[in-house]
Ligand binder design. Structure first.
Ligand SMILES: [Fe+2]
Length: 365
């Protein structure tokens, strides 16, 4: 008897495996459907070439169509109605997993399109999540104000080399976080304080200190693009939601990378969740590939996160936090952890503000 598998030239075992992979991908996509539908912004799940696999009700509303009728269409033909894909779609890949593009539609209407690659090698699936944020109407996002401040700062530096202008611009950008997510804004300020205390203990150069001051202040800038419902939810996030939260360091890097800093601020932001043993993200770089600034930020960031109250666990004491860091040994720079412990021993680790932050909304991802 000739089975479909025989006709296709595949053995029953391979066919069964392929079927299992397909079922797994379908299950994964099913999980994503619930997540996409729950987002408070228009969003789609698409193939690499931009065909819509799933559109949430808000995207359907934006397109003026029933959600089910959108599947299989190219998103750009539906919204923002153009002849070809956005540059963002051409840039995205598993090696370049997150990005954004501003799209002016005319009439003062501007959308920020956020793209995320959802890559699951074991399932052999690579899908693309696009979210569409109306930045012309949504003052909460504050991105335009922040970018203008940075652009003005960068221009002034280029013209007059006034370092302080750029510093002030970065502070203005950090201030935009205060509107949307006051906890993260306060967390960034505390991380600067802890990172500088560690730098003093290490005896770093003034350049490293200056970089920490700026990078610490905006290290979670990319959280502007994390759906706020993920940041506010008290329970754990599912893997798909966690992957979105974890893209904040890549997004932060993208927002900063074209600014001509005298210090590696964009790289420090990009790498602040990388770990010495390669277990971090977004690029899983290791060892000396991670700059000293990012290694200091990683320790300061982790300590502050641990001593802060979370909706899903109680706050640790600084001693508990250090013991926890010891347990994950190779992830952090030993000299930097020792310096942080010495700072704490000397009573210069001021985390009282973190311990009081009982209404926290933080997610470090
Ligand atoms: Fe972060």
């Amino acid at each position: 008897m000739t089975t479909p598998e025989h006709r296709s030239g595949r053995t029953p075992v391979i066919a069964a495996h392929d079927s299992a992979v397909r079922d797994d991908a379908t299950t994964k996509r099913g999980a994503w459907r619930a997540t996409i539908d729950s987002l408070s912004r228009p969003a789609i799940l698409a193939t690499q070439d931009g065909r819509i696999l799933r559109a949430n009700p808000l995207f359907a509303e934006l397109a003026g169509r029933q959600a089910a009728t959108l599947e299989g269409l190219f998103y750009w033909e539906v919204f923002p109605r153009r002849a070809g894909p956005l540059d963002l779609s051409l840039r995205l890949s598993p090696d370049y997993p997150a990005g954004s593009e501003t799209v002016a539609l005319g009439g003062g209407v501007t959308y920020e399109v956020l793209g995320s690659v959802l890559h699951a090698p074991k399932r052999r699936t690579t899908e693309y999540l696009y979210r569409f944020i109306d930045v012309s109407a949504d003052l909460e996002v504050c991105t335009i104000a922040g970018r203008m401040a940075l652009a003005k700062g960068a221009l002034a530096v280029a013209n007059s080399r006034l370092e302080q202008t750029l510093v002030n611009a970065v502070k203005a950008l950090a201030g935009t976080m205060q509107v949307r997510d006051p906890y993260t804004a306060a967390h960034q300020t505390r991380v600067v304080s802890v990172a500088l205390a560690i730098a003093d203990e290490l005896g770093t150069t003034q350049a490293v200190r200056r970089c920490l001051e700026l990078a610490g202040l905006v290290h979670d800038l990319g959280k502007h693009y994390v759906p706020v419902e993920f940041l506010l939810r008290p329970g754990p996030l599912n893997p798909a939601e966690l992957s979105i939260v974890r893209q904040h360091s890549q997004i932060g890097y993208e927002l900063l990378r074209n600014i001509e800093f005298d210090w590696p601020v964009p790289t420090a932001v990009h790498q602040h969740h990388e770990r010495l043993d390669g277990s971090g993200y977004p690029l899983a770089v290791a060892g000396e590939e991670i700059g000293i600034e990012a290694r200091v930020l990683a320790v300061a960031d982790t300590i502050d996160a641990m001593v802060s109250h979370r909706p899903y666990r109680i706050a640790m004491t600084p001693d508990m936090a250090f013991r926890q860091i010891e347990r994950v040994g190779g992830a952090y720079d030993r000299d930097i952890v020792d310096a942080a412990a010495e700072v704490a021993r000397k009573g210069r680790l001021d985390l009282s503000a973190a311990e009081d932050a009982t209404r926290t909304r933080d997610r470090q991802g």
